[in-house]
Design a binder for this molecule. Structure first.
Ligand SMILES: *Cc1c(COP(=O)(O)O)cnc(C)c1O
Length: 423
């Protein structure tokens, strides 16, 4: 049996209708921004393997840190025990996170980071004997696939089978340019009519919705409204964190600080699954009591895995080098030039850039669904050309590893231009 045949015999892939989709491509090697399949065909990874990989595949520096940690202390339970890598990660994050963030809680993936934040928001009020059970979220949000994260997500594709089984979530519109007041009014209205515990949002960029962008001033205003009404705010930086927007965190653009922040994806440079939820001292204090019932009874077996922590420390080292910061600026400048060129194209509705994130919306005759026909046509074209891009309906976005070369970037742009001509 070939690997592909064995795959189809045994494996169930994410977001995949196995009856109608093509067989997956077997990747056998990765280096820098490139991947190679089992037949030696080369691909440019223009979406950093679902936004996790800023420093390139098979990065030696991170691999060495992981190996060193694996052969010193690979894992120890985090209940009743601690270790230096976890403490160092906390110290490093304290240096770079918004100053009001004082406590960090480890888990394994973006969804669990969100799950923890939502549970903490709900229990915070439970511990204070206040009845607040509604979570506010944006339309078309994506916060992950576990139950509370899914409840907060607004993309029906992911959640339609589970409607009616969720925690209480009320949705408000995203403060898109020119529509900010609608969003502010909706938030005030929701806060007035429901007992709201928290507001969760993807700061400045809604990734899974198709890199939908909005301004920091609008987000600051929404956070301010929440603070005035004692509604806890949760910045889901799972996608935006660690340089994607051009600053370390998207919240670095925003004048108001959130109460909680969710991190994952690029946290370990795309090597080991790990996530972190961070909190203010005030939130921690609402759980700090003689009464054991007020504690946070949440944990995962691999909480604060030392190997993951070592990978996170190495990743933060790399992110903070002058070379990596220059790469982020180089890619941003390059995107802006391409945006200027492409947005004039007659088949383009709009294009946008923030940091290393670029998105272009292509005109389509029919309403394009998430996994519609244009999307499939585009995706197949990109794969054939050796460029990994996963369009969202009629939106094509690039989120490259920061080490992608100019030459590789130009090939990605050129392939997108060809695709626009083709559809
Ligand atoms: C990817 C993502 C998640 C979910 O992370 P997983 O690791 O896939 O569970 C949550 N929030 C945002 C903003 C994301 O982009």
């Amino acid at each position: 049996m070939t690997l592909t045949e064995k795959d189809s015999q045994y494996l169930w892939h994410p977001y995949t209708q196995h009856k109608t989709s093509q067989a997956p491509i077997t990747i056998s090697k990765g280096e820098g921004a490139l991947l190679w399949d089992e037949n030696g065909k080369e691909y440019i990874d223009a979406i950093a393997s679902w936004w996790v990989n800023p420093f390139g595949h098979s990065n030696k520096f991170i691999a060495d840190a992981i190996y060193k940690q694996l052969t010193t202390l690979e894992h120890v339970l985090f209940g009743g025990f601690t270790h230096e890598p976890a403490i160092k990660v906390a110290e490093r994050l304290m240096e770079i996170l918004p100053k009001n963030q004082q406590k960090i809680f480890f888990s394994d993936n973006g969804s669990t980071a969100v799950e923890v934040a939502i549970k903490v928001a709900l229990q915070y009020f439970f511990n204070k004997n206040e009845k607040r059970t509604t979570i506010i979220a944006f339309e078309n949000a994506f916060h992950g696939d576990t139950f509370a994260a899914m409840a907060a997500s607004g993309i029906s594709f992911y959640t339609q089978a589970f409607q009616g089984m969720f925690i209480d979530v009320v949705r408000i519109p995203v403060p898109l340019k020119g529509k900010e007041q609608e969003s502010f009014d909706a938030l005030n209205n929701v806060i007035e009519n429901y007992n709201c515990a928290g507001f969760i949002f993807e700061p400045l960029v809604q990734g899974a919705a198709g890199m939908v962008m909005y301004e920091p001033e609008a987000l600051a205003k929404l956070i301010k409204i929440c603070r005035e009404n004692k509604v806890l705010t949760i910045a889901d930086e799972v996608m935006t964190g660690f340089g994607k927007t051009g600053k370390t965190f998207a919240m670095d653009y925003v004048s108001e600080n959130p109460d909680m922040i969710c991190l994952s994806k690029a946290l370990t440079g795309g090597t080991i699954p790990m996530a972190i939820t961070t909190f203010t001292q005030e939130i921690f204090d609402a759980f700090y009591d003689d009464d054991i019932n007020k504690a946070l009874f949440h944990g995962h077996t691999f909480t604060a895995n030392p190997t993951g922590c070592a990978a996170a420390l190495a990743s933060m080292d790399l992110l903070q080098t002058g070379e990596m910061q220059a790469n982020i600026e180089r890619i941003n400048a390059s995107h802006l030039i391409f945006q200027k060129k492409i947005e004039k194209h007659s088949k383009v509705i709009t294009a946008r850039t923030l940091g290393v994130i670029f998105a272009v919306e292509i005109k389509s005759d029919s309403e394009e669904s998430y996994y519609g026909s244009m999307r499939n046509k585009l995706y197949n074209f990109f794969i054939e050309k050796g460029v990994i891009l996963r369009p969202v309906g009629n939106i094509v976005y690039i989120l490259p590893p920061y080490i992608m070369t100019n030459e590789q970037l130009q090939k990605v742009y050129q392939t997108i231009e060809e695709a626009i001509e083709m559809v």
